[in-house]
Design a protein around this ligand. Structure first.
Ligand code: GLN
Length: 509
């Protein structure tokens, strides 16, 4: 059993195809692991907000029947997966980490979820997240934080810390995350897992509860680049239900990952972003990054430094555009349609019910951003804030366009620091926001990015992530370069990085 949970999704798929295991057996193995290490809001990893053991086992049994009949739906048919609680799931609670949606059970599936089910992947449950995906530590969840499997006293990143921690703790071989400003890639970096933000529009947003529509993107959370490629090929592609979905075939990601796995980067032009280093970047993170860049040179890549001068304004622009969109999206939580309804004493008006409900249902970070957003959009300030931020967004896209004339991919550390301690930045919103310095530009301009583990920082022994960014629709480049890095780093580190994580209580690794 223990051995099963340590295998990658590709290995599990091969074992299923060879008849060496069944979906029921490996789904049960992951459910056992969840029971052993996940705990609750007070202890354990707490990656899951809801575990659907019965549903997952029923889906697994159906998968085994298809295999017996020689009719699997997909290579990943029967391989279980966890889904971030911001994607709606028919019949399974969906809270977005918020009190305001406590107890809400959606009547339909997000397109991503529908595609997972259509391919036969049993859904283990819904993973924890910062409320409405606002945060970098999962501490803004109304249901208590997720803890980093490398050190339960530290954050697993955010907002999708639940998905990353579930995969890092071997509770799930695969997970789905969403990335609006870094929420797939930064949790990947600090938990030693792989996280991909596809090209904007590459994966349907239908049924993804919107944080900021022009930035949100769902994507894979895995332990290897190949697993991410398999998953993105499955969930990606045009969806008529999402008007921003790209109507083009998904690039050949599995082929790109296979090509990269040889560890050869001959002819690939790599740009190191000048603006993503310097003050505030942890020395151990920069050391691992530099070492990875040296390994890329040895693997045949041509490496140059590339300046993207407007990236320094990305964070400021993001924290105007995101709250503006979020404040408008969150207006629908009005106590009339979904979830919580708080009715004050007496004979309250509809407005008083809304007020009381939103006051009790939203946490501090959500309220902060609603206030920021409505202010930025108010008529007297629209041009000064929102309008300016949109101009900065254009300048950032131009920086990317100029850079990608010179190089095939851009690289940087994914996050400025390794996992910090729980509580360390909770009362300092600005310090929390700075975690996304390197990830936000990709969301603002829609380009794809992958974070791959790049070793452990000397000062604390915690994982460091390296980010690879490519032009829009060239997601395959992220996979090729990511897979090559994985190969050269595995020989440097003597095997997969996660094998170095300290064992968790209650379950042997
Ligand atoms: N940490 C960023 C924020 O708080 C990113 C969130 C995300 O990608 N969902 O907005």
């Amino acid at each position: 059993m223990t051995e099963l949970i340590r295998r990658t999704a590709a290995e599990l798929a091969a074992a299923l195809a060879a008849g060496e295991t069944t979906s029921v057996e490996l789904t049960q193995a992951h459910l056992d692991r969840i029971a052993a290490v996940d705990g609750d809001r007070d202890s354990g990893v707490h990656a899951f907000l809801h575990v659907d053991a019965d549903g997952a086992l029923a889906q697994a049994a159906a998968s085994d029947e298809r295999r017996r009949d020689g009719e699997p739906l997909d290579v990943l048919d029967g391989v279980p997966i966890a889904v971030k609680d911001v994607l709606v799931t028919n019949g399974l609670p969906t809270t977005c980490g918020s009190r305001i949606l406590e107890g809400w059970v959606p009547p339909y599936d997000a397109t991503v979820v529908r595609r997972l089910k259509a391919a036969g992947l049993p859904i283990l449950g819904k993973t924890n997240m910062d409320e409405f995906a606002m945060g970098s530590s999962t501490e803004h969840s109304a249901y208590g934080p997720t803890r980093n499997p490398w050190d339960l006293g530290r954050i697993p990143g955010g907002s999708g810390g639940g998905s990353a921690a579930a995969v890092a703790a071997y509770e799930a071989p695969l997970a789905i995350g969403t990335d609006t400003g870094g929420s797939i890639r930064q949790p990947g970096a600090v938990t030693g897992t792989v996280g991909v933000k596809p090209t904007y529009g590459g994966v349907s947003r239908y049924g993804l509860v919107a944080l900021a529509n022009s930035l949100d993107q769902a994507g894979p959370v895995t332990r290897t680049v190949m697993d991410a490629a398999l998953l993105q090929e499955l969930i990606g592609g045009h969806d008529p239900l999402d008007s921003t979905s790209v109507d083009q075939p998904v690039p050949a990601l599995v082929d790109a990952a296979r090509q990269g796995a040889s560890g050869d980067l001959t002819g690939v032009r790599v740009g190191v972003v000048t603006e993503m280093s310097g003050d505030g970047w942890q020395p151990g993170v920069m050391a691992r990054f530099q070492e990875s860049v040296d390994l890329m040179v040895r693997a045949g890549a041509e490496v140059v430094e590339v300046s993207c001068p407007h990236f320094v304004h990305a964070l400021a622009a993001y924290y105007l555009i995101l709250p503006a969109e979020a404040s408008s999206n969150l207006a629908k939580f009005d106590a009339m349609r979904y979830g919580l309804r708080v009715v004050p004493e007496g004979n309250p008006s509809a407005e008083e019910v809304m007020k009381a409900t939103r006051d009790a249902g939203f946490g501090d970070e959500v309220k902060r951003r609603i206030i920021l957003g409505t202010y930025a959009l108010s008529s007297g300030y629209y041009d000064a804030y929102y309008g300016q931020a949109q101009k900065v967004r254009t300048l950032i896209s131009r920086d990317f366009a100029a850079a990608f004339e010179r190089v095939d991919v851009l690289v940087s550390p994914t996050a400025p620091t390794t996992a910090f301690k729980l509580g360390e930045k909770l009362d300092d919103p600005l310090a929390m926001y700075l975690n996304d310095l390197a990830t936000i530009p990709a969301n603002l301009s829609g380009v794809p990015g992958i974070s791959v583990p790049a070793g452990l920082a000397n000062e604390d022994g915690l994982p460091v992530g390296l980010q690879v960014l490519a032009p829009a629709l060239a997601d395959d480049r992220c996979y090729r370069v990511g897979a090559a890095l994985e190969t050269v780093l595995a020989s440097q580190w003597g095997g997969p990085l996660l094998d170095k994580a300290p064992a968790l209580d209650g379950g042997d690794r």
